[in-house]
Design a protein around this ligand. Structure first.
Ligand code: 4AD
Ligand code: MG
Length: 429
């Protein structure tokens, strides 16, 4: 008999044989009977080990095996309404593959303790469901790009360009030359549209941001897309289609994960194009009316973003930010004061999930803005070449995978959207 997954064993009928392997999730004993809940990647099931039904040696092993021991079990399936999933296994064979020592994680532990023991804590059911949802979400995103004829490309993560500003870049010595961990693949994607036209990629991005908030990681998974011949409005259409597709698909395909995490699929089903668009200047007005002390040129913080989506059920776009507040590569609007950009804000106060823009084609304008940021212009020569050799209007965007997951999975903190979070004070384990 082959090993089966718990999700399949749960579907078996009364009296059928079952053979599973996994880890001890919970255990309690009353002398001659031991109740052991086993988990595998697909779920949990209760097993019952009775002294009379197995060999003495096996029963002793079952008594000795602590939580998180890995085990192999054979037995028969029985209905039991009280058991998780409504079924249990009456054990006929019990084998321990690896005895666990006293598991350090018990019920009430501090956040710091759990982060120190992250390599063990990722076995918890919540993080397991989050990671499953993330895997499915990435699969869905990839499907969307495939169906929409985008090429997936593989840009470099070692770079000499700090496209999102020198203040938040991790630098290191690259054989005697200063190099950075990439903040964005955008500039490389821009180079690739001249042959492939529509491209996308998924890479780690790095931000040396000192901000210790619920939304900042220093390393995150960055999904970026770039398309030739596209303007800012068309770029927003692309984004709202992608996000709607992801929400619709997750609502249909990830019911179990959503239920466990407390997200109603209905919240996701209502996410359909078009999303509301408001200009930065109107957003400032709106915030002032709501009592915020904020003026033209200021950046939005979490409370502002939360106020802007109050009463919204779908994400919204805030467009046309002041030139000074955004990166050098964003195209300056005809008014000369704003840029052709859009930030997508998730509902419920989850904040910015996408930043996108049409790209500047005027080299002098970019140099002027780069100089203000104290950048080394020489490192951008290759990028200016893209404007020199057959430039075309083009746009693109970047989406923080963990930010999107936070909203969809209703997570309180972005650290739980990734197995080994990198935070200002944490790079271990
Ligand atoms: O808005 P950002 O900085 O835009 C760019 O990097 C563009 N070059 C992207 C492009 O046009 N190709 O970052 C894009 C997104 C944000 O909207 C946010 O979702 C996420 O990346 N992000 C972070 N996620 C987690 N932790 C951080 N510290 C993040 N910083 C940005
Ligand atoms: Mg941004």
């Amino acid at each position: 008999m082959k090993f089966e997954k718990i999700k399949d064993v749960i579907k078996k009928e009364e009296g059928q044989k079952a053979k599973i392997r996994g880890w001890i999730y919970r255990k309690r004993s009353s002398g001659k009977i031991i109740f052991i809940v086993i988990r595998d990647s697909t779920g949990i099931i209760q097993t019952i080990v009775e002294k009379e039904k197995i060999s003495n040696e096996e029963f002793k092993k079952a008594e000795k095996a602590l939580i998180e021991s890995s085990v192999e079990i054979e037995g028969t399936v029985h209905e039991d309404k009280r058991a998780p999933g409504g079924k249990e296994i009456h054990v006929t064979k019990f084998n321990v593959v690896g005895f666990a020592q006293d598991f350090p994680i018990t019920e009430y532990q501090s956040v710091e303790f759990l982060l120190d023991n992250r390599h063990l804590w990722i076995r918890s059911r919540k993080l397991t469901e989050v990671m499953k949802l993330k895997a499915k979400m990435l699969r869905i995103i990839r499907r969307w790009f495939d169906e929409n004829d985008f090429y997936e490309v593989t840009p470099s993560v070692i770079t000499t360009n700090a496209a999102e500003g020198g203040a938040t870049v991790f630098s290191f010595d690259y054989f005697g030359q200063e190099a950075f961990l990439s903040q964005t693949a955008q500039m490389y994607l821009e180079a690739l549209i001249f042959s492939l036209e529509n491209v996308w990629c998924l890479t780690p991005s790095f931000r040396a941001e000192k901000s210790r908030t619920r939304r900042h990681l220093t390393e995150y998974w960055h999904l970026e897309a770039e398309e030739a011949w596209l303007n800012n409005e068309e770029n927003m259409k692309l984004q709202e289609e992608l996000i709607s597709y992801v929400c619709q698909s997750i609502a249909k395909e990830c019911k179990d994960e959503l239920e466990f995490l407390g997200r109603d699929p209905k919240d996701l089903k209502i996410v359909e194009p078009p999303f509301k668009r408001i200009k930065y200047k109107d957003a400032i007005k709106m915030l002032n009316e709501k009592g915020f002390d904020i003026k033209w040129g200021d950046d939005f913080g979490a409370p502002h973003e939360k106020a802007l989506v109050e009463g919204e059920e779908k994400p919204i776009f805030v467009t046309h930010f002041p030139v000074e507040s955004k990166a050098f590569y964003m195209k300056i609007s005809p008014d000369g004061k704003t840029v052709e950009c859009a930030d997508m804000l998730a509902p419920e106060g989850y904040g910015e999930i996408i930043g996108g823009s049409e790209r500047e084609e005027n080299i002098d304008s970019m140099i002027e803005r780069l100089k203000k940021d104290g950048a080394n212009i020489k490192n951008y020569e290759w990028y200016f070449d893209l404007r020199r050799y057959g430039s075309v209007p083009h746009s693109g965007f970047g989406l923080g995978i963990e930010r999107l997951l936070c909203w969809i999975a209703k997570l309180e903190h972005i650290r739980d959207a990734t197995p080994f979070p990198r935070l200002v004070r944490r790079a271990y384990p």
